[in-house]
Design a binder for this molecule. Sequence first.
Ligand code: HSE
Length: 295
Amino acid sequence: MLRIRIPASTANLGSGFDSIGISLNLYNYIEIGAAPGCEISSADGSEIPTGEDNLIFLSAKKVYEKAGIPFHGLKIIEENNVPFARGLGSSSACIVGGVFGANEILGRPFTKDELLDIAAEIEGHPDNVSPALLGGFTANALDGKNVRYVKANVSENLVFAAFVPPFELKTADARAVMPKEVSVKDSVYNLSRSALLSATFLSGKYENLKTACGDKLHQPYRLPLIPGGEEIIEKSYKNGALAAYISGAGSTMMAIFDCEKEKAEEIAKEILSSGEFEGWKYFILNADNSGAVAL
Ligand code: HSE
């Protein structure tokens, strides 16, 4: 059995809807090996889909199909630490775990770039699968079936405070509240900011982040689905955050700080101390610059 580590990821960062993401040092682990049938279990006893509709299984099977290699089944043991349906890339971690694992088992018929195309085809957009596979900050565009991307390593001085609510938000529901059409004015607002966002991570000029993470495409429509979300953005900025935004489709709210981890933890505790945040948790994280790895 192969043991694989796959990172969580935070997508969109406000302006970079469906295109930009960063890998985080919060990890799922899977053990995976060829075996007849479908044998899936959880290392920590948590409830997971154990049938052939399991996303790791499906994604791994896709790699066999693409490689033209007969598929007889897999044994998979999962250890899930990335919260499910909270905007931290849990499904992408499964997809990347499956495609990466199958590629390793088969002696690497595909390059990482080809694996990314397969993973993005399964997910539908590249903004979580790309950082989960490659690590770091990635700016991505789908060109037909191919993902064109640029990756940049992220400074370990940046601290990511993930505020995780007790409720799930399904991506489909968070996408359903978005308008079908947007104005040229709002498009330009986001286009300019997502360009600035990429340039900011490539140059390290992080003082641009607050502007660069501005968004008019999805956050105004999604914030009402996350009670307390707006307050977390406000309070994070009051406490010196470089950026604060909905992580992926939510429900997690993310704030980026340039300070000691202890200080960020103090701020996170303080923000969540009021009654309205009962049941919320926080993670104090850094970016992961490695992506998926076989251990
Ligand atoms: N870019 C996606 C969204 C991320 O915001 O809907 C969640 O898959």
